[in-house]
Design a protein around this ligand. Structure first.
Ligand SMILES: Cc1cc2nc3c(=O)[nH]c(=O)nc-3n(C[C@H](O)[C@H](O)[C@H](O)COP(=O)(O)O)c2cc1C
Length: 158
């Protein structure tokens, strides 16, 4: 609101601008031998690293498939993306979305939270329907096939 001199009132000037926030969403397949215990270790160390780097997000694991949302400062997220691509505990990484926007965090209180996998199939099916890149279509198709193959695959077999 403007005051009688045509200037912005103090309270509005004091309002902090929303931070530029980078987000990266992907899915991938767990490597052989990656079980719930290993995922527990991934989440534990991710929480420690992410807290120090201003990163928050969620990790879904089910039927041998990962789905992760990470958000934070662009430079930190880019470094984590590079680490994720070099991490042999998963493969067939499909980037579903990434961009920088000025907005609030979706998960301000979660350094990295593991969530249950019930909704993962719907999310990936949606991604497949809107995928344009042929490699992404092929990888998403393999991932959905793995999800549909049933609970034995939660042991991490491909
Ligand atoms: C599915 C999955 C999710 C991961 N999520 C994170 C994460 O949120 N934060 C993190 O620091 N490391 C995460 N990691 C581990 C990183 O890939 C990497 O091992 C870690 O950042 C250490 O990397 P550095 O040795 O390059 O520093 C994840 C690994 C996997 C397989």
């Amino acid at each position: 609101m403007l005051d009688e001199y045509g200037f912005l009132r103090g309270s509005e000037l004091d309002e902090p601008a929303l931070p530029a926030l980078y987000h990266f969403v992907y899915c991938s397949r767990a490597a052989d031998g990656v079980d719930d215990a290993e995922v527990g270790r991934i989440v534990e160390s991710a929480q420690r690293h992410n807290l120090a780097r201003g990163i928050t997000g969620v990790l879904v694991f089910g039927s041998g498939v990962f789905f992760q949302w990470i958000e934070g400062p662009a430079a930190q997220i880019q470094k984590l993306i590079a680490s994720l691509h070099g991490d042999s505990r998963h493969y067939d990484i499909v980037s579903l979305s990434q961009s920088e926007e000025e907005r609030e965090r979706l998960y301000p209180n979660w350094d990295m939270e593991k969530v249950e996998a019930e909704d993962i199939r719907l999310v990936l099916q949606d991604a497949l329907e809107s995928a344009e890149d042929n490699n992404n279509v092929a990888a998403l198709t393999r991932i959905l096939k793995q999800l549909d193959a049933g609970p034995l695959n939660s042991l991490g077999r491909s």
